[in-house]
Design a protein around this ligand. Sequence first.
Ligand code: SDX
Length: 428
Amino acid sequence: MSDIAKLQIGESTYEFPLVKGSENETAIDIKTLRGATGGVVTIDPGFKNTGSCQSAITFLDGEKGILRYRGYSIEELAEKADFLEVAYLLIFGELPTKEQLDKFYNDILDNAIVDDDIKKIIDAFPKNAHPMGILSSLTSALTAFNPSSVNVDSDEEMYNAIVKIMGKFPVLVAWTMRKKTGMPLHYGSRKLGYVENILTMMFQKPNDEYDINPILLNALDKLLILHADHEQNCSTSTVRVVGSSHAGLFPSLSAGISALWGPLHGGANQAVLEMLEAIKADGGDTKKYMGKAKDKADPFRLMGFGHRVYKNFDPRARIIKKAADEVLGDLGVEDPVLDIAKGLEKEALSDQYFVDRKLYPNVDFYSGIIYRAMGIPVEMFTVMFALGRLPGWIAQWREMRLRKEPIGRPRQVYTGANERSFVKLEDR
Ligand code: SDX
């Protein structure tokens, strides 16, 4: 393949360089397009064919179902690493030595207290407020208590902002859940690990010790790893675009949380459980819901199915499906919605509509079944997704700022009224 692309518009031919990535992905660099052509731009709703950046963090191949963080396969990381190691890998680019990991975690613990006035903000929310709305607000509010914006030119200040949010975010997540469950807001302990603290802050009762169940600990650690990054998805692109205006790390993350909330994105894990419950309540009639999913006149979609990039099995879904079986088996939990999910998957994988459109289970299809077995309320499922995605958002924001990427500001093609003169009210 030559290293240029040629574009013919009318009688003119324009040449643009090709950019090739380390996994042989190829892009046409159209930085000069508008200037060279006198104003022509491209248009690509949903950016299905458009790269927003070059990145060294996560590689995925949708056709082959490959996902790697900094070159390490998701299968290996889910099996051999823990979430804090993976967070360090995503953010700083290498697996940490023991000394580096210990320092990282100690620095996180030193920053794992939030200003007590945050509790006043939590108190102000109605009990039925959706946890994603609470979490997005609290994350943005952190700026009020940590006003120093991130000086990205200083490694030390960038590092301090990172350990600050890595320390405080799990507290905000746990307190968001305890607002829903009516439990007092408390902290974990320096004696506990990162994910152990998350479970303790979420579940410990005020009048009892909390014994960490190793099955739940392992399941949560694995789920957080599997959600940690996913290249330029909707919420990560949001974090990058907001950060490109030089807004701080915390407000950029708050925007990402709002983007993740949507049912077409991270909100799908909650929508999947609600869908499975509806099918169960409807007598488990999966064929009826498959028909609805294929009916263009019906807005119903098979939640947890399909993906913008994966046109094969989402590798995360494979791992989570296996983990769901193991966790429910180990806990001795019988959950009929797991059987309904498996029935839906089986039917969809042999249904022409789904086969033609390459619609497979994605990361959200089975994750909620594990969260529910862990005793996490369904409205908290997307918050758990955000907890896992935090290091990926941080890594992508840091890369964008360190590379001094320009402010994100797409062009458009105007299709509205041509110039016309104002008409006075009495003449209309
Ligand atoms: C995540 O991008 C990421 O990386 C995201 C994520 C991450 O880690 O950050 O992986 C996390 O968001 C996973 C996706 C969770 N969302 C859902 O499960 C919601 C259900 N899925 C769909 O809404 C949909 O599949 C999307 C939004 C995920 C992807 O949509 P696309 O790529 O824009 O595809 P499309 O909407 O153009 O659909 C193509 C065709 C259409 O039919 P036709 O018009 O060609 O006849 O497939 C159909 C769609 O109607 N289709 C579905 C379907 N998903 C797509 N039909 C029924 N059920 C579905 N779930």
